[in-house]
Structures are given as structure tokens and as C-alpha cells.
Write a protein that binds this ligand. Sequence first.
Ligand SMILES: [Zn+2]
Length: 132
Amino acid sequence: MMMENKFEVALTKELCPLCIKELDGPLIMNKRLTKNDAKEVKNLHKQVIGFSDEPCKECKSHLELGFMIIGFDEDQSDLKNLPWGFYRTGKIVVVKKDSPLVKHLNNLQPRSKELGFIFMDDKTMKELNLIK
Ligand SMILES: [Zn+2]
């Protein structure tokens, strides 16, 4: 008779919500000890299961130093499912928190002040000379 695993542990991956770097996600185990549940868990091993609640270490240090402007591509984004739906282009600029631009952005989106970052489409970033 073949041994059938009824218990599995998966080490999952999550993405930094700001720079989409892969981070270690939670360990997942099946709670019901059935073959099917175990198999589902096994399939999650090393898979990206979503966005992390917390930004990665690098982004956290960016947030301490300044205000992050995170680029996205509007055409490829799922704008009905934000902020997860932002198609992040990997363009990230850190600007001084007390710069006129940041003050302006904070006025446009009051929550951005508390968050310390804002999503901005690449076209606007180019217009503002934040990126080339
Ligand atoms: Zn990050």
C-alpha cells in the first residue's frame, strides 16, 4: 500500500506591496487531515499567495527616509481592485517628505501622508521629471 500524506506544511511567498519583491510568507498547514487538503497545501509550497501586510525591509527604510512614489502602468492595472490591482512597473522614487511635490500630493490624497507613499502612473512620473 502506498503511503499517502495527510499532513503537509508549505512555506509560502508573499510580495512586498510596494516594490513587489518576494518575501517569505506564512507557513501553511492543512487543518483537516485529509489527502485532498494535504495536497492543496503541498501545491502552495514556494508559491506566491498574495501581498504582504508589511513592506519589505528596504521599503521600510525608504519610508523612514522620505516619501515613496511608486510607479504603475495604468493600462495594465486592474483599477477596480486597488491597491493590489496597480500594475507596478518597479519604478520607485524617494522624495523628501517636506518637498513641495510631496505636500501637493498629500493634499490631493490625504491618506498618502499617513502611508508615506503614493502610486503614480509612469507617464505622470515622467512629466514631473521623476524618471526618464
Ligand atoms: Zn519592498
